[in-house]
Design a protein around this ligand. Structure first.
Ligand SMILES: [Zn+2]
Length: 70
């Protein structure tokens, strides 16, 4: 289990989100953003493929850097 903040994933607050896998984290982050930051969700959904690749690279870098927790 790893914990990342909303802000680390391009969001707008310091809420901590925990997940077992990076895919689960991305899913939880997407759900949180759609609920709490509609303007960020809007921005993410209108990303170009290149911009999305940048986001994903950054996301995986932060995921790998996050400490593993029980
Ligand atoms: Zn947030």
């Amino acid at each position: 289990m790893k914990t990342m903040t909303c802000r680390e994933m391009g969001g707008d607050c310091d809420m901590e989100i925990s997940a077992e896998t990076s895919a689960e984290m991305a899913k939880k982050m997407t759900a949180h953003v759609m609920e709490s930051h509609p303007e960020v969700a809007e921005k993410m959904s209108s990303m170009t493929d290149a911009e999305h690749d940048v986001w994903e690279n950054e996301f995986h870098k932060n995921w790998d850097a996050a400490p593993e927790e029980k």
